[in-house]
Design a protein around this ligand. Structure first.
Ligand code: PAF
Length: 289
């Protein structure tokens, strides 16, 4: 049975008892509507820690005006069934009212890193992510927290947050889980029409293009970005947000591919905005994720 913790007090009490018994705690932060990508994080947490808690909270702080906060898919009973199937120890499922003061007076700033890539079209998004994740870390005090590589910018920012704000925990990053045709798993994939779903494979195809360019000796980041852009723009009904080759840690643009780089892409298919990425290095024979 998965223990359902609906309040901060209940979560603290349960976790306090677990920690006092000497057990290690793994946290998998999610916004729910779980898919195989989330389940892979839970399986990893269960291997690495004595107790696994999944947080399930659609965080209003990370949605901008006009974004999909209201229509973001929420199906708690479906999620709970999946969590029980994975023998998850506990789920933290707080109310927005308890998690987010209205209006909040304090926020964690993701700084310049939060303004790059997705931050260009989603101002404030990463401040909202960093603030809620900091709260989850304080409330649940995990020994390890598990995130998916699909949100590469989120990972770079949370790594910096853990380091600079001295959170006593380890972040673990798990590989992207993909559909058979390469589309990365995302809770937002359910928004796609049948046509958009077909078109959405261009995300992965553009990353594969970058991979083969780098593998065959291309080092000019601008050229790789241009090839990716042309591939995305050739698909009808798509709107490219960005296709970039950047430094993996700082997310800053680079001119030349020398070591490992983050190749990241964001595209809109109608009202749905999807992201994907690969970590690529000149000598790599294949994608690491
Ligand atoms: O990656 C997500 O689902 C969210 O950004 C997170 C980390 C749960 C914070 O709300």
């Amino acid at each position: 049975m998965t223990m359902v913790l609906n309040t901060i007090a209940a979560a603290r009490q349960w976790l306090h008892a677990e920690r006092n018994s000497g057990r290690t705690i793994g946290l998998v932060p999610t916004m729910g509507f779980l898919h195989e990508g989330h389940l892979s994080l839970i399986r990893r947490a269960k291997q690495r820690c004595d107790r696994t808690v999944v947080s399930l909270f659609v965080n209003p702080l990370q949605f901008g005006p006009g974004e999909d906060y209201d229509r973001y898919p929420r199906e708690f009973s479906r999620d709970l069934t999946l969590l029980e199937g994975e023998q998850t120890d506990a789920v933290f499922h707080p109310d927005a009212g308890e998690m987010v003061p209205a209006p909040p007076a304090i926020s964690v700033s993701a700084g310049k890193m939060g303004e790059r890539l997705c931050g260009e079209s989603r101002p404030g998004h990463f401040n909202g992510v960093a603030t809620v994740v900091a709260k989850l870390f304080h409330i649940l005090e995990p020994h390890r927290a598990f995130f998916g590589q699909k949100d590469a910018q989120q990972i770079a920012i949370l790594r910096a947050m853990v380091r600079e704000l001295n959170f006593p925990l380890e972040l673990e990053v798990c590989p992207i889980v993909r559909e058979p045709d390469g589309l990365a798993m995302s809770s937002r994939n359910v928004y796609l029409s049948a046509q958009e779903r077909k078109h959405a494979t261009v995300l992965y195809r553009s990353l594969e293009k970058a991979r083969s360019l780098i593998a065959s000796g291309t080092r000019d980041a601008g050229l790789i970005e241009r090839e990716m852009r042309e591939m995305v723009e050739a698909v009808p009904g798509t709107k490219l947000d960005y296709a970039r080759v950047v430094d993996t840690n700082s997310l800053e643009a680079i001119g030349e591919v020398r070591g490992e780089v983050l190749v990241a892409v964001a595209v809109r298919f109608g009202k749905t905005r999807l992201i994907d990425n690969m970590l690529l290095a000149p000598k790599a024979t294949g994608p690491r994720h």
